[in-house]
Design a protein around this ligand. Structure first.
Ligand SMILES: NC(=O)c1ccc[n+]([C@@H]2O[C@H](COP(=O)([O-])OP(=O)(O)OC[C@H]3O[C@@H](n4cnc5c(N)ncnc54)[C@H](OP(=O)(O)O)[C@@H]3O)[C@@H](O)[C@H]2O)c1
Length: 244
């Protein structure tokens, strides 16, 4: 069988792990990229124990390091047909200072799209490929709590929209994922939090299914789609007061 190779960028977060298992099960070879090489190696080992017929490679990369981006890209010999990016870093607005502000923007946008662009250029040359990128509903309207993160995610949404338009009528597929809250800890949560959060395993399945159906924009639930529809049309006077 012709196995295709994909990159999972930010592979060691919970969503990345779930996606790695789903794509491995569906016979994709994996290139796992993460800044945490120990967790990445552990992920590789558990994938290879379960799926003996696929190849798994790992690379260490802190997306903030532009020189290493180039080295990692050049070390990838078999260029992938797709890339899934989970990279993101949020913040608490009160704790943000100059350097942190710039690094939040660079992780979520500037340095991320620099790395993604290497692969997009390959896709363009081959007229084949896909990019699935996890942004956030935080990028749809700036919130007081995390609007630096929100602005960078917003720029990412615009970048992906531009790519989609640029690659229209080609074999290059671009998907924007807009999750609400992702449940990353087993801590007890109240009923409202339970309704608003999605398990990484459930979101991963949604993403894979949406990929198969070639859906371009994917929310984590219909509820979040509705919430964001309302949030986006709320007049400023009301939005500014509710501290959403
Ligand atoms: N959690 C939520 O409620 C929520 C809501 C909406 C959207 N999202 C988005 O969903 C995606 C997954 O986030 P998550 O919250 O589930 O888990 P997370 O652990 O915060 O995932 C973020 C991923 O980005 C990686 N990362 C951060 N800074 C990096 C850097 N400088 N270089 C390389 N990798 C870096 C992390 O690596 P490490 O594993 O090494 O930390 C991790 O793999 C992110 O894009 C996030 O913005 C999350």
């Amino acid at each position: 069988m012709n196995k295709k190779t994909i990159v999972i960028l930010g592979a060691t977060c919970n969503l990345g792990v779930e996606l790695s298992f789903i794509y491995a099960k569906n016979n994709f070879n994996l290139i796992l990229i993460s800044r945490n090489s120990i967790k990445n190696q552990e992920l590789k080992n558990s994938l290879q124990q379960k799926f003996k017929n696929i190849s798994v490679l790992t690379y260490e990369l802190d997306i903030l390091n532009l020189d290493n981006q180039n080295i990692v890209y050049n070390n990838i010999k078999e260029k992938p047909i797709g890339i899934i990016s989970l990279i993101g870093e949020t913040h608490n607005v009160e704790k943000i200072y100059d350097k942190k502000l710039i690094s939040i923007i660079n992780v979520n946008f500037t340095n991320l799209i620099n790395f993604l662009s290497y692969f997009l250029k390959d896709f363009e040359k081959r007229n084949e490929g896909f990019l699935i990128c996890v942004s956030s509903v935080a990028g749809l309207r700036g919130r007081s709590k995390n609007f630096i993160y929100g602005s960078a995610k917003s720029a990412l949404i615009t970048f992906l929209s531009g790519c989609r338009s640029y690659f229209n009528n080609t074999n290059i597929f671009i998907m924007t994922v807009l999750p609400g809250f992702i449940r990353n800890s087993k801590d007890n949560t109240n009923r409202i939090q339970n309704i608003l959060q999605i398990e990484p395993s459930v979101l991963a399945k949604k993403i894979f299914l949406a990929h198969k159906k070639k859906k371009e924009i994917v929310y984590s639930s219909y509820l979040w789609r509705l919430i964001m529809l309302i949030i986006q049309i709320l007049p400023n006077k009301i939005f500014n007061k509710i501290k959403f």
